[in-house]
Write a protein that binds this ligand. Structure first.
Ligand code: VGL
Ligand code: ZN
Length: 228
């Protein structure tokens, strides 16, 4: 029985912010707002199920490198840019460009009011360094050296978390990268499928397959592992 098994679990609610939700979000994920009832149900579970309930917020400065508006002749959604590690010019990655979104302390960066925010034990801000894109709530993709770390990995380890459940937005970007980094950090990691929506719904099946190949367990809200 999960209630007595002593395994510590964390729920990570990724980027449930106005800018990722219809109808007004600048980077609205189709049906993003419809996730609230399920996420509230998960947030209402007792500490024996989730000892930590963590909200993440995409929390960008206006100068963030992922905004097409900060590049010349680049269009959001369709164009990409190369990001170079400021400490190591040999490390680079290509990144998709977006409309301005989740700018620190603006209404678009607010967590949507439908969520029961009083249940969150911690809030983690990510994407705060203007020089790197960071879909993962743990850290940026660079390694040698890393540019930005949110402290999420240390937080989970301090609390002796063994299993991580990820929900929120967007399934094919921040949820996926957070879940894949969670596996790399050594946590048994689940994505609850009904608890997420993708920016590109047509590519969701492929994203799921790749996530599973990277060790993430994609489960349904009805699965025993979620309900027990
Ligand atoms: C996200 C695109 C840009 C996400 C964040 O939360 O999935 N996607 N920034
Ligand atoms: Zn972002």
């Amino acid at each position: 029985m999960a209630e007595q098994d002593g395994v510590k679990r964390a729920l990570i609610v990724v980027d449930m912010q106005e800018d990722f939700c219809p109808p007004h979000g600048s980077l609205a994920v189709p049906l993003g707002r419809t996730l609230s009832p399920l996420i509230n149900t998960l947030l209402g579970l007792p500490p024996s199920k989730f000892s930590l309930k963590i909200a993440t917020k995409d929390w960008h400065p206006q100068s963030h490198i992922s905004f097409a508006s900060n590049h010349t002749n680049k269009y959001p959604f369709v164009d990409f840019a190369t990001i170079t590690n400021p400490y190591n010019p040999l490390e680079k990655y290509e990144t998709r460009l977006w409309p301005d979104h989740c700018i620190q302390n603006t209404p678009g960066a607010e967590i949507i009011p439908e969520l029961d925010k009083s249940q969150f034990t911690h809030v983690i801000e990510k994407g705060t360094d203007p020089r790197v894109e960071m879909y993962s709530a743990f850290h940026d993709p660079f390694t040698a050296p890393r540019v930005s770390d949110s402290g999420l990995g240390d937080l989970l380890k301090q609390h002796e978390i063994k299993e991580v459940y990820v929900v929120g937005l967007a399934g094919d970007y921040c949820v996926r990268c957070t879940a894949e980094d969670s596996v790399k950090e050594g946590f048994t990691t689940y994505v609850i499928e009904e608890g997420t929506k993708a920016v590109d719904p047509s590519a969701w099946e492929a994203s799921k397959t790749e996530m599973e190949q990277n060790g993430v367990k994609v489960v349904s809200k009805g699965d025993e592992v979620v309900k027990r």
